[in-house]
Structure formats: structure tokens, C-alpha cells
Design a protein around this ligand. Sequence first.
Ligand SMILES: Nc1ncnc2c1ncn2[C@@H]1O[C@H](COP(=O)(O)OP(=O)(O)O)[C@@H](O)[C@H]1O
Ligand SMILES: [Mg+2]
Length: 208
Amino acid sequence: MTGKFITFEGGEGTGKSTQARLLASHLEQSGMQVVLTREPGGAPGAEVIRDLLVNGEPDRWSPMAEALLFNAARVEHWRQCIEPALKSGTHVVCDRFADSTMAYQGYVGGLTREAMAQLHWLALGDARPDLTLILDMPAEAGLERAANRREGENRFELKGEAFHAKLREAFLDIARRESNRCVVIDAARAMDQVHSEVLTAVHTRLGI
Ligand SMILES: Nc1ncnc2c1ncn2[C@@H]1O[C@H](COP(=O)(O)OP(=O)(O)O)[C@@H](O)[C@H]1O
Ligand SMILES: [Mg+2]
């Protein structure tokens, strides 16, 4: 049996890393094999690219250069980490994936959905998550959470309010277009409430 591929998406500070961790521990405690991973990163070459993407000036890259870098990292991550795990029957929980590239560089960066879809096709073919949990909350509240979290790796957090408001709409539009794959979760609530909604979605959609 192949494993299930579950991704968390949403804006900064919406709780993706927190919820990915909670879900992975829950599945593990239920006796399943699980890999918890994140983007950009999750493979040696992809971690090197991560440094180029998450640090430095907010306008360091054009949207297309950024989209190419994310896809380059994603190819390594997919081939070296995600695909082998799924094939061996291990579930993969991933903190951000291709929808983030579609939202940040596509919808907000001004590249077309078609261009992003073509890049994805070249990089990964028809590989996509079995389930995507989109954590949704007002952008300012998420940024406040993110600001309290830690220093560093904050290049995208620095992009300004309009950017983050558009980002929220982008993720909601992706969820509307791909409602078979995506579930929107109200992320403004307490961590354990969000976690229990995540578990319900995983159980309902994937039967695990
Ligand atoms: N439901 C929640 N309510 C309050 N604070 C939260 C909640 N979920 C996460 N946090 C806190 O908000 C900050 C950002 O969460 P994180 O999981 O890192 O978000 P993301 O990975 O989406 O940027 C962290 O300090 C985390 O502990
Ligand atoms: Mg995070």
C-alpha cells in the first residue's frame, strides 16, 4: 500500500508548522509510519536552495526566478524524500508544497496560473498531495503570531500587508478550484481545536 501525502498550506503564522507536527505525532502514535518534512527543503540540495529563498532582501528575486528555485528544490525533495517514502507505505506530512508557489509567485507575484501549472508539470508531472489542509485566518493576526515566534528566515514576512492579504485570497481560490483535494480550516482558533478539525478532515477524506 502506498502512503498518503498530506500538505499544510496558508499564510505566515497560520500554524502550519505547529499543525504538521501535531498531525505527524498523532499518526505515529496510532502506529503508522510517518515522515514529517517541509518546503523549501527536505533534501540536501533543497536545503541549500532554501537559504537563498528565505533569507535576504524581500525583493531579492523576481517572481519567475523564485518560482524556478522553488521548483528546483521541490524536484530534489520529491525524488529523494517524498516519493520513496510514499512507495514504501509511509505517510508524508509536508509543511508547504506546490500550492505555496502557485499562491506566492503565481497569484501574488503576477505569474499566471497556467505558467505555474506548466512548471509544476515539468518538475513533477502529475504528482500532487492526496489532501491539502489550508489554514485560513486574517493575514495581520498571522503575521503577529509569526513575529512573536523567532528571528530569522523572515524574508517573506517582510513583504507588506497588501501582499499578505492577497495571499489569503489566493489560497482560498485554490481551495475553491480544487475542492476534492483541499479542505479550508479556520486557523484563528486555539491549537487543539484546529488540530481536532485537522484529524476530522484527514479521517473523512483519507480514511486514516
Ligand atoms: N492556534 C494557535 N493559536 C495561537 N498561537 C498559535 C496557534 N498555532 C500556532 N501558534 C503559534 O504561532 C506561531 C506561528 O505558528 P507556526 O506553526 O510557526 O506558523 P506557520 O508555520 O504557519 O508560519 C508559533 O509561535 C506558534 O506557537
Ligand atoms: Mg512554519
